[in-house]
Design a protein around this ligand. Structure first.
Ligand SMILES: [Zn+2]
Length: 409
């Protein structure tokens, strides 16, 4: 396979290099897992003449933020993706050696999200080589921890996020940013909406006792079974009727259950975990409160709904205002390369919802398929990598054609 890499295009060689730098999300461990990759990206950008800085988020784990000045420096465009990958257990091939076969490059992160990162970097390299600046100032951000707790993007959007490229306050960043392309595998589709999520535990309790004396005693395992049935028959059924454009209906499923302490002991506790996918306009904490009220009034004194341990907002479909203008602009770049510019919705979350909530119109776009992400045989179609790079070059070098409200020339 080694000799094969040598014959690859620049994009492929770059992606192989990115895959070769492990950046597995360490979850709660204090390991600077993404920092070597952040350093590689910073060096790469500096060689293109860009300014680049590493920005520590936690435990030595660094975001990288790099800037390429545009012809117009008053308006910026953010290219954001994540540096971390999921774990490598069960992978068929060496996860950190890129294997190229039949037009596909295999390796951990090949599509999620080092493929999109390679497309961003390749596009910037092509623009730098052309000697002509991009239309707007481009800010490239590679962030940590997308696969776990979104600490990288949260930090990026905060006061010390490294996006204060002019030294006049990062709060101006959102105001100046015409839009963000969030690099994730979308099979080159334009994703303009996605769901959010709220996960929480529901705990049923009882007095316990000897299993030969169950009469008159609350059995938490039986309570939990009734809760699961109620969630499916009542709550999920009700949600299924609330169809929304692009993303479909919100969902609720029970994903985990555990309870009881022994085969001849009346259980004192049984716990279930639910995964509730939200849609644009739903506030995850409000969704949690409503679920808590419903279950605690339906099963009085029997269950407690714990505060959510995961909350992530949806990316609402941006059908109006500047969001629509930016989506349309990305759509035109897709059309220029023969791709479908229609905005679609997906069920899983991305950093785009956080960036959008900071006031920056955001779309998700990238090479590779989400169905390959997180799998033991993760790969990317190299033709998609090349096309994504072409689309990005067009987007970054073409005038925005901004309509009223903008300062187009
Ligand atoms: Zn991803």
């Amino acid at each position: 396979m080694q000799h094969h890499i040598l014959q690859c295009s620049t994009d492929e060689t770059l992606l192989a290099e990115l895959v070769a730098i492990p950046s597995v999300n360490p979850r709660e461990q204090a390991v600077a897992a993404e920092t070597p990759l952040a350093e590689f990206v910073a060096d790469y950008c500096r060689r293109l003449g860009m300014t680049a800085r590493l920005d520590e988020v936690a435990d030595g784990r660094c975001n990288v933020v790099a800037t390429m000045p545009g012809r117009r420096t008053d308006e910026w465009l953010l290219l954001e993706t994540h540096l971390d990958t999921v774990e490598t257990e069960g992978m068929a091939l060496d996860p950190f050696t890129a294997h190229v076969r039949d037009g596909r490059l295999y390796g951990r992160g090949a599509c999620d999200a080092k493929g999109p990162l390679a497309a961003f970097l390749s596009a910037l390299a092509r623009i730098a080589a052309s000697g002509r600046p991009p239309e707007r100032t481009v800010v490239l951000a590679g962030v940590i921890d997308e696969e776990h707790r979104y600490r990288g993007v949260t930090h990026l959007l905060g006061p010390d996020g490294g996006t204060d490229t002019t030294g006049d306050g990062s709060d101006r960043f959102a105001a100046r940013c015409a839009g963000a392309v969030v690099g994730e595998p979308t099979s080159l589709a334009l994703v303009v909406a996605h769901k959010g999520v709220m996960r929480c535990r529901i705990v049923a309790t009882g007095p316990g006792g000897h299993s030969s004396l169950p009469e008159g005693r609350v059995n938490p395992v039986e309570t939990a079974a009734e809760v699961v049935r109620h969630l499916r028959a009542e709550v999920a059924t009700r949600l299924a009727r609330q169809q929304r454009p692009l993303v479909g209906a919100p969902t609720l499923v029970t994903t985990q259950i555990s309870g009881g302490s022994g085969p001849n002991v009346l259980p004192e506790r049984c716990e279930i975990t639910i995964d509730r996918r939200t849609v644009g306009g739903e506030e995850p904490m409000q969704v949690w409160r409503e679920l808590k009220d419903e279950l605690e009034s339906h099963f009085p004194g029997l269950v407690e709904v714990a505060p959510p341990h995961v909350v992530d907002h949806a990316l609402p479909a941006q059908n109006e205002g500047t969001g629509a203008a930016f989506s349309a602009e990305v759509g035109r770049a897709l059309t220029a390369h023969g791709l479908d510019p229609t905005g679609i919705g997906v069920g899983h979350g991305t950093d785009a919802s956080k960036i959008c909530r900071a006031g920056i119109p955001s779309v998700v776009f990238g090479p590779g398929s989400m169905t390959e992400a997180h799998t033991p045989r993760e790969f990317i179609e190299l033709s998609q990598l090349a096309t994504a790079t072409d689309v990005l070059v067009t987007l970054l070098t073409t005038g925005s054609g901004r309509t009223p409200g903008g300062h187009g020339d």
